[in-house]
Design a protein around this ligand. Structure first.
Ligand SMILES: Cc1cc2nc3c(=O)[nH]c(=O)nc-3n(C[C@H](O)[C@H](O)[C@H](O)COP(=O)(O)O)c2cc1C
Length: 477
């Protein structure tokens, strides 16, 4: 792929907030694809260490283990022939796995999802268990959602900067998508789809959605491609595969029941009980006041903070981050646009204009409700798996979700959705922090203790994700 590409110059804080409305006719060319892939999953930095070299990618990822792979399914795009391709980040190239237009397989698997049916290009994100599980064991299953999510936060922002509509689709029959890629599902599984671009004339060229999602697979032969073993031996963590199987969709009927609205009352705009405690109004920067660093620059600047200075950030900086990150994610499980499954809870340590304490964010009202005041640096350090980063940050932003109505509405597939959404919102927070020359890092946490800390307000919810934000101290390599 081309390595010299035109910079969009679009302001990062705009690109992370907005999307391009779907009916706009837009199709990516190879240059746009190169930008999308480089700035979401490309190798952007490398660092030498005693055992060799570590390659870092554009989006944050647990343990820098990069278990998410990207496959492209496209029609003829002018400078890229119709086909199925695998993105190879080391070579910065696309490997053609199949020639020809296979989009109908995705259209059928997704039950005729309009975004997919009209997309000149759909990216299939897969996750490889062992790449992450050798270190994190069965918890890797949650990392699939988080790490796929941070990658998608970048991808969505770049798509917006390029003027491409983008839509995340989690509702698809798993088997045909995995079969199209011919991946070994004991090791690697399709997790999410991203429809990119829009062509209203397209659906005429793709097969109409059929009742049997498997129909489109007729005539698709196995690829039988050899893959490089990741290790000499692998340890099996069957829980991950059980969870994946339990959240798989097997039929067009299951996909049809997945579609529709986000659980009533679960969109944050409607379900949060009104604030019962004191509130502080957010003060996001106006468009004129916002730092204007372009999205490309911000993505390349990003790198997880390894140490925070205990110096304060400002309320407008925090407000801008929260506001920009939660403007809405275009996903098939967030309907209408702007619905949200996760709730944001904060431990504020050092924000000028805000007392230290625990807060819950009321997105619909643009306020933070204080749950308890006090200096909670020690507790936060403990909650963040006893890592100093959580104690030293200016603010720790926790994502909590009430899984009961989500699972009731979406079945087990809802578990994938809630983790993925948290990863996307977390990825947006990362970008919103770096756009303002602040630092951020994702963090792991003690699940139940987090809920206890924010209770009684958080009672019944589950801890899903954590991002710490503040002023980074740059350490010398
Ligand atoms: C979901 C998630 C959880 C993370 N958890 C931790 C953590 O517990 N401790 C930590 O030091 N870094 C954590 N990180 C940061 C990763 O180690 C970092 O993203 C990775 O090494 C890649 O480096 P980069 O973000 O600088 O590109 C986390 C990142 C993500 C996305």
């Amino acid at each position: 792929m081309p390595t010299e590409v035109r910079q969009t110059g679009v302001v990062a804080l705009s690109a992370i907030a907005a999307g391009i409305p779907a009916p706009s006719k837009a199709s990516p060319n190879l240059e746009a694809i190169a930008q999308l892939l480089y700035l979401s999953a490309g190798i952007t930095r490398q660092r030498k260490y005693s055992g060799g070299e570590i390659y870092f990618r554009a989006a944050a990822c647990t343990g820098a283990l990069y278990e998410v792979e990207l496959y492209l399914v496209c029609g003829d795009l002018g400078d890229l022939q119709a086909g199925l391709y695998h993105f190879a980040p080391a070579e910065f190239g696309l490997r053609q796995l199949r020639a020809g237009d296979y989009r109908h397989v995705l259209v059928e698997a997704s039950g005729g999802e309009p975004a997919i049916a009209h997309a000149p290009l759909t990216i299939v994100c897969t996750c490889t268990y062992w790449r992450n599980a050798w270190k994190y064991q069965a918890r890797t299953y949650r990392h699939f959602g988080w790490d796929n999510g941070t990658l998608l936060a970048n991808l969505l922002a770049v798509a917006t900067a390029l003027g491409l509509p983008a839509s995340i689709v989690c509702g698809f029959v798993d088997a045909p998508v995995n079969r199209l890629l011919d991946i070994d599902i004991q090791r690697e599984v399709a997790f999410s789809l991203v429809a990119l671009g829009h062509d209203s004339g397209l659906s005429a060229h793709t097969a109409p959605p059929s009742q049997t999602a498997l129909r489109g697979l007729a005539g698709i032969s196995p690829l039988g491609l050899e893959t490089v073993p990741l290790s000499r031996d692998e340890i099996d963590y069957p829980l991950m595969r059980e969870m994946h199987a339990a959240s798989s969709l097997d039929s067009a009927e299951e996909v049809a029941s997945w579609r529709g609205g986000t659980p009533p009352g679960r969109a944050e705009t409607t379900d949060s009980p009104p604030p019962a405690g004191p509130v502080v109004r957010l003060e996001p920067l106006s468009d004129a006041e916002m730092p204007r660093d372009p999205i490309e620059q911000v993505i390349l600047r990003r790198g997880s903070s390894r140490q925070f200075a205990r110096t304060p950030i400002s309320l407008p900086q925090l407000s801008t981050m929260l506001d920009r990150a939660t403007c809405g994610v275009p996903a098939d499980f967030l309907n209408p646009l702007g619905s949200q499954l996760n709730h944001l809870y904060l431990i504020v340590h050092a924000v000028q204009g805000l007392d230290s304490g625990a807060y819950v964010f009321h997105r619909d009202r643009g306020v933070l409700e204080c749950l308890k005041q006090g200096n909670f640096r020690d507790q936060a350090g403990y909650l963040g798996l006893e890592q100093p980063l959580a104690a030293d940050a200016a603010v720790d932003i926790f994502f909590l979700a009430d899984l009961r109505p989500i699972l009731q509405r979406f079945g087990n597939r809802g578990y994938r959705a809630v983790q993925l959404e948290a990863g996307i919102l977390g990825g947006k927070l990362y970008l919103a922090a770096y756009a303002q020359h602040l630092g951020a890092t994702g963090l792991t946490f003690y699940d139940d203790d987090v809920i206890r800390f924010f209770s009684p307000h958080a009672e019944g919810k589950s801890a899903i994700f954590l991002v710490a934000v503040g002023h980074s101290i740059k350490r010398l390599a």
